[in-house]
Design a protein around this ligand. Structure first.
Ligand code: ADP
Ligand code: MG
Ligand code: MG
Length: 192
């Protein structure tokens, strides 16, 4: 596992708690534009971490979180988060800094899911977040909020399009909203 990294442990704990606190809102959002299981699915992943958390290096923590996500979340989000977290962990092990790790994680999600920004998925929040990461947290959260807003108007071309098509128009993508939720929590954990 490597030397414990209490800061990253606190960030993962905070991200999981934030997802749990936001469960019902995320479910409601996914009921509008998807199949209504996102809050429950992400909450399963967060609970899997809380019930069996880990201590170790930052990369180790992300690998354990990836395994929890892969087992507990399922659906579309589970494999995507699992792939992103493994890619971010690998980048850290290869010497990347946090902006580099976030970029690698988003690359991993895009490689597996095939979504580009503008397709109306969590990538609309994650890619701008990663692009802004070298400029610091203010820029990351502003870019993420802007990315979430951009999902309101567009017709989704991935994921929810298979359920609702244009019905999703006028509503944010729940996966993008979830990204904003846990990124805010990670930021707050870093300030504490
Ligand atoms: P489902 O119930 O459709 O299996 P989830 O509820 O687990 O999916 O996750 C839905 C979220 O997954 C969407 O809101 C969107 O942000 C994201 N998503 C869907 N397809 C993709 C994709 N190809 N690439 C990235 N994210 C995607
Ligand atoms: Mg769903
Ligand atoms: Mg589903």
């Amino acid at each position: 596992p490597g030397d414990p990294d209490p800061q990253v442990r606190a960030a993962v704990d905070a991200a999981c708690q934030a997802v749990l606190d936001d469960e019902s809102r995320l479910t409601e959002l996914d009921q509008v534009v998807g199949d209504g299981d996102l809050g429950e699915a992400l909450a399963r992943g967060a609970r899997a971490w809380q019930e069996d958390p880990a201590d170790g290096s930052a990369a180790y923590l992300l690998r354990v979180l990836s395994a929890r996500c892969r087992r507990a979340i399922g659906g579309t989000s589970g494999p995507l988060y699992a792939a992103g977290l493994v890619a971010a962990a690998q980048a850290l092990e290869d010497g990347a800094d946090w902006p580099g790790a976030l970029a690698a994680g988003v690359d991993g999600i895009q490689e597996l899911g095939g979504a580009e920004p503008g397709d109306g998925t969590m990538v609309d929040a994650l890619r701008p977040a990663a692009d802004a990461a070298p400029d610091g947290w203010e820029a990351v959260l502003a870019a993420t909020e802007q990315g979430v807003r951009s999902t309101v108007e567009g017709v989704s071309r991935k994921g929810r399009a298979s359920y609702v098509g244009a019905r999703g128009q006028g509503h944010p993508d729940p996966g993008a909203e979830a990204v904003l939720t846990w990124l805010r929590a990670v930021r707050e954990a870093g300030r504490a």
